[in-house]
Design a protein around this ligand. Structure first.
Ligand SMILES: Nc1ncnc2c1ncn2[C@@H]1O[C@H](COP(=O)(O)OP(=O)(O)OP(=O)(O)O)[C@@H](O)[C@H]1O
Length: 298
């Protein structure tokens, strides 16, 4: 559903993303990992459209075409067909972020982006409108507002925030804001969900809930996850791309990628040993000292 071809992004003399190519099928569960500064967030920014590449292309399967998947007719009805790509998809390379949202690309940020003065429910509903194919004008229709409110409430329930719905988002804990950010991203019923370190700063219990929530996202929604918690990656991702200095070091099946000696040297050996060993299935972490999985803990 998403094809990145030779994406490159430079900041002056620094190449933050260097010739990255990646194909995500419908319903992908794909993680991007790598050391600090490897270019993971920049890659998400390029896909979401908050930054533009210096080279390469981003192609999204057209939801109106057979095999394009996603919410039916979204692109066509919203007049968002964009430039046709070579493979018949929508060339998003120069498309603004708001249009990508309406085409079904949602994201969360490293720092949760809630509006503290608004209630949790209003935050979730606002995020939903951003993705609505009819745009903000749909807000004027009471029936649509009720429908959006129902969807937002269901997402808040899913992340355990139903009892906080009418409370200001500013009163929520860090973990609750992260969950609200996730619920908000899901309200728009995305085709592609980009998550930037969703487990950062969460307690073990919250990480367990996060994994449960992400396991429950619909099978046809593709998930692209940037995460340093390797156990969250092994719980959720079928495939992993490892970035180092902006370039793809390894890309493939999760266990295969995490077992790669170069990946261990460049990245996994720099994170706590028990976590790295549990990720690769090696060493004492498989025995009595094995840390419980995120789901077991949750
Ligand atoms: N707006 C910017 N201007 C200049 N340099 C930037 C900018 N954004 C990112 N960089 C640099 O690009 C490189 C990649 O940054 P990026 O945030 O994508 O890495 P990352 O893999 O997400 O790191 P982390 O795991 O620490 O979040 C880093 O060297 C960073 O300092």
């Amino acid at each position: 559903m998403l094809t990145l071809s030779h994406l490159t992004r430079r900041y002056g003399s620094l190449t933050a993303v260097n010739d990255v190519s990646l194909r995500l099928p419908v319903g992908a569960r794909h993680a991007v990992i790598g050391p600090n500064g490897a270019g993971k967030t920049t890659l998400l920014n390029l896909i979401a459209g908050t930054e533009r590449p210096d080279g390469g292309t981003i192609l999204l399967a057209d939801p109106d075409r057979p095999g394009g998947s996603g919410q039916l007719g979204r692109a066509g009805r919203a007049g968002l067909t964009g430039r046709a790509g070579k493979a018949g998809g929508i060339d998003l390379t120069r498309t603004e972020a708001a249009r990508r949202s309406r085409l079904g690309i949602a994201r969360s940020y490293q720092q949760p982006t809630v509006i503290t003065e608004l209630t949790a429910l209003d935050n979730a509903m606002l995020a939903g409108w951003r993705h609505h194919r009819a745009g903000w004008t749909a807000w004027r229709r009471p029936a649509r507002r009720r429908q959006m409110r129902d969807i937002a409430m269901r997402r808040l329930e899913a992340v355990g925030l139903a009892d906080q719905a009418e409370h200001p988002a500013g009163a929520l804990s860090h973990g609750q804001r992260r969950m609200l950010d996730l619920a908000a991203a899901l309200v728009g019923e995305p085709r592609l969900l980009l998550l930037d370190e969703p487990a950062a700063g969460l307690t073990d219990r919250d990480i367990g809930r996060l994994v449960d929530v992400l396991r429950d996202i619909p099978a046809d929604v593709a998930l692209l996850l940037v995460e340093h918690h390797i156990e969250v990656v092994t719980e959720l991702a079928d495939n992993v791309t490892v970035l180092a200095s902006g370039s793809v070091l390894v890309s493939g099946g999760t266990q295969e990628a995490l077992s790669d000696p170069e990946v261990r040297e460049v990245y996994l050996d720099t994170v706590p040993t028990s976590v790295a060993e549990s990720a690769t299935g090696a060493g004492p972490a498989n025995g009595a000292d094995t840390p419980p999985s995120a789901t077991e803990r949750g």
